[in-house]
Ligand binder design. Structure first.
Ligand code: DGY
Length: 425
């Protein structure tokens, strides 16, 4: 059975492979997405190491001169997606979006390097990627943490990857909807509209794009000019984990400066992250940087903090919180607490389970010695696949498959889980 699932997952990766990059799923997402690619490369690495490295190389071939790695690369024309290059207007030879996404590449590259069978290839590719990934991390601290707090802000919900999380409802009140060009939404032609963000949210997404576009996508200006600036514990956990992993990789490759600079980021960032802890919820919360207050929203962003090298005490508390959530759903980990009034079991990041986040949380819990809860998360992930196939996300109560089908990163995470933990999952 395990072999059959791995075979099906491998077929999905091949189906969505466009040669040098992979689309998340055809139709809904017809280009290259940043964190999709980094995580999908982990899936490829189990059966084609060279192809896995190419996925990341292609992503970094489109890194901006200032160090940012964009969230979408529009390799080919496709009018089935909105907002396309005509809306972003980033003015690049191969068009890209103008914002970024969770920087999980440092983690992925270290993992691929550590387990590579082709050592010479791994060393060559990792060595070339190392300074580029480091430049991206440094871009974050320069452009998204101008006051050197140790944590970075996202300036658009799409940067978090958790587009319509309840976390953004309150800060979104500061983002207007007036003056937004007419929406030409395509996503709701490819996926059930009740699984997707609302028009009101889309207007605010596009307002921000228009605002940043009017500033010429100059990252020296965007952070301060944005009415949406949120410090997301999940996003920062990914960044800090990638910095820690990059430091280890840099040591192995004899790049002492990168190792030291990356380790310093972790040393400052982890205590700063701790200020986002909430005793009331027993998890981390987002901070609205525009008004300095914690957003009282128990989302999965605060659980994803487990992915960073946080203290043992916090990791144990997060494990407890996840066990508690398991009493209110059939499948871990719901992207929002089912008891919260905003919980919506089908709507994108307001309730559904996502396998990528599951894999990262489980990995963090393993590192903190919370393997039992990590195993429970992985077991639930595989149960979802057996029951509902390789969907984009799933209802955490009924296991209903949601969003796009034949989804690349879901397939990649299944390969990763079954290859590394097969027996237990
Ligand atoms: C979308 O289009 O739904 C993406 O999540 C934004 O990149």
């Amino acid at each position: 059975m395990t072999d059959v699932i791995i075979e099906q997952a491998t077929d999905i990766l091949r189906l969505n492979d466009r040669g040098s990059y992979t689309v998340p799923t055809s139709g809904l997402y017809p280009f290259q997405w940043n964190w999709d690619s980094a995580l999908s490369a982990l899936g490829f690495s189990h059966f084609d190491e060279s192809r896995a490295w190419t996925e990341i190389d292609t992503l970094f071939a489109h890194q901006w001169e200032d160090g940012m790695v964009p969230h979408i690369i529009f390799h080919e024309e496709d009018d089935g997606y909105f907002p396309g290059p005509d809306v972003w207007q980033t003015n690049r030879p191969i068009p890209t979006s103008g914002i970024t996404q969770p920087p999980v590449t440092g983690f992925a590259v270290k993992r691929m390097f550590d387990r590579a069978l082709d050592r010479a290839l791994a060393e060559e590719r990792a060595r070339a990627l190392l300074p580029r990934i480091h430049a991206w991390h440094e871009w974050f601290f320069r452009c998204r943490d101008p006051e050197a707090t140790g944590l970075v802000a996202i300036i658009h919900p799409w940067e978090s990857g958790r587009d319509n999380s309840v976390d953004w409802d309150q800060p979104f009140a500061a983002v207007p909807t007036e003056g937004v060009e007419p929406l030409r939404r395509r996503d709701i032609q490819h996926a059930d509209p009740s699984h997707r963000p609302t028009d009101d949210q889309y207007k605010r997404y596009i307002w921000l794009v228009q605002k940043f576009r009017s500033l010429g996508w100059d990252n020296a200006k965007l952070h301060d000019a944005s009415p949406f600036k949120v410090v997301d514990p999940g996003f920062n956990a990914i960044l800090l984990r990638s910095c820690a992993d990059l430091a280890d990789l840099a040591d192995t490759l004899g790049e002492a400066e990168i190792a030291e600079a990356s380790r310093n980021r972790v040393a400052v960032g982890i205590p700063a992250l701790d200020a986002l802890w909430s005793d009331t919820f027993g998890q981390f919360l987002c901070l609205d940087r525009c008004n300095g207050s914690l957003i009282q929203s128990p989302s999965i962003g605060g659980l994803l903090a487990a992915f960073a090298p946080i203290s043992q005490e916090r990791a144990v508390s997060l494990a407890k919180r996840i066990v508690d959530l398991s009493t209110r759903c059939g499948y871990l980990v719901p992207s929002h607490d089912p008891v919260a009034p905003e919980f919506d079991s089908l709507r994108y990041w307001r309730g559904p389970v996502w396998l990528i986040v599951n894999t990262m949380i489980a990995n963090g819990l393993d590192q903190a010695g919370q393997g039992d809860v990590a195993d429970q998360i992985r077991t639930d992930s595989v149960r979802l696949i057996r029951q509902s196939g390789f969907a984009e996300y799933y209802d955490p109560i009924s296991a209903e498959p949601c969003g796009g089908e034949h989804f690349t990163w879901t397939a990649a995470m299944v390969i990763e889980i079954l290859k590394l933990h097969g027996e237990k999952a």
